[in-house]
Design a protein. Sequence first.
Lengths: 504, 135
Amino acid sequence: MPTFPKRLLIANRGEIAVRIARTAREMGIEPIGVYASSDAGAFHLRSMTASFDLGPGTPRETYLDAAKLVAAARSADADAIHPGYGFLSENAGFARAVTEAGLLWVGPSPESIESMGDKLQARRRMREAGVPVVPGSDSGDSPAASDAELSDRAEEIGYPVLVKASAGGGGKGMARVDRREDLSSALAETRRVAGAAFADSRIYLEKLFDRPRHVEFQVFGDRMGSIVHLFERECSVQRRHQKVLEETPSPALDARLREGMGRAAVEAARAVAYVGAGTVEFLLDERRNFYFLEMNTRLQVEHPITEETLGLDLVRTQIEIAAGAPLPAAWRGGKLVQQGHAIELRLYAEDPYEFLPRTGTIELWEPPQGPGIRLDAGVGLGTTVGVEYDPLLAKLVVSAPDREAAIARAKRALEEWVVAGVETNGPLLFDVLDSPDFRSGRYATDLIGSLERSTASPPDKVWREAALVLASEGEAVRAGAHPAVRPTTSDPWEGRHGNWRIGS
Amino acid sequence: VRIRWKDEVRDVEPAASGDDMRVALTGRRLFIWWHGRSWEFTEERGSASPSAARRTESSAGLLSPMPGRIRQVLVTEGDRVTKGQVLLVLEAMKMEHSIRSPHDGRVTKIAFAEGDLVDAGAVLADVSPDSSDSM
């Protein structure tokens, strides 16, 4: 029997730190938190049994400092580290440092992380494994490197093309080129950005698909060499190349395509001897050809929709696998079947029209509840949202027997959700759910850009409602000077005082 | 009732009966949530006319579109710049945003240094246009 850790240091913050702490507690493992001095009141710390100060400074000097995290784990007497996502989760050096310190690393091997983190190497290994990759400048015997070679390859691939940094990811180090006269400046700019941001200026070209879908597969491997997939997640609803809403099953896949992509995902993971939880991302073109895009060697933000449709806890399995346990027998036996439909909505602190970051302190917070609702939140009443960290406030995950019911449930839940003090992308989420393209299931990564958006200003009926409340009951409630939230009824006078819930 | 939403002030006839919306009052602020959107209103008590309450068009310079930290300052006061040239790079929540010159001209003000925190709406820089395209 593998020995499970007793104290797990969670090298992260926000909703994912809370998420991991919950599973740790259910397994009888003590969750240990960390924080930057300036982040001492952070929401995630209230989920931990103990928390360690990483000192003053920027994220680079705290949550991204491998040595400080390992030292914190030592002082906390922790015997394992879970990196969450982002921060150091895909840093092979950190994985090595954790292992060399004699701690259990809840993640894949440093070698797997390195193979997939280097996009050129990953693409080569995928081609060798027979997994289709997006056509690019590296398809021949030797990858094109000089401007002249890249320009020739761009002609072969056909414009538009995407210039990508080999070490890039998450939308950084990427440039779209529509015309050949713009290529050389884009090559220079991407090399410069890549050199500055990743200390690796190698670049390559990829064919750019105009209306692709992003569909990813959750995979899992164990130390005995078993690798399985846990079905797909549809991730095409994006802004600024970042996901906003995900769903599973994908409305774009039928059983045959799912089987083919699932098999390719398993082969991709096998090619790098993958252990633990990972995600293989594919592009799906309009003719339903799929191409390997990249592999995320960590837990994914949107993992809950997989959990909800399979009745699993992926963090628990991550910890079990890290401790040396095999994959559950039912997974290896191909007995998993998804139940119903799940949608994740990411609530970001951002302006819902221009998608620019917003900050503030959460003054009112009433999350949705009821059947089929799961909320993974990294904030609560009174949390201050600053500029240093990820804008993700919370993930609302809804489950229902079918897609239509899940959409109706997601809209209901969004309407219940009371947030004030920080502007959020709630209106964008609602407009996506309400759009004919999303409802039909026939949408691609251009969905948000092509939405018919409701305007920011209040409709007339909202102005009149405001006037009604301010003219009538305003005085009585204002005297109390407390937050109060209530749904208005068809009769505004009936039981009005009784319905105000006065905060304290 | 005279009501303000952001910079807009209106005299509004109250609805005859309450609609299916969620509302909250916090002090003088009224929040309404409806169809996934939310708005914050305040009642205007003063006698200021609606138009006078509107913000006058700012000519103070380049405003920060978001709160953030100054990541890079690429020009200094007195520099000659061209339209579209990046003057500063702002970073917030892992997102970088370039502040570009709106016209050809000369940098007359850089209000912050690298590492400074700025609020949304803060004046970041000013570029006085060349006389030829000041019209």
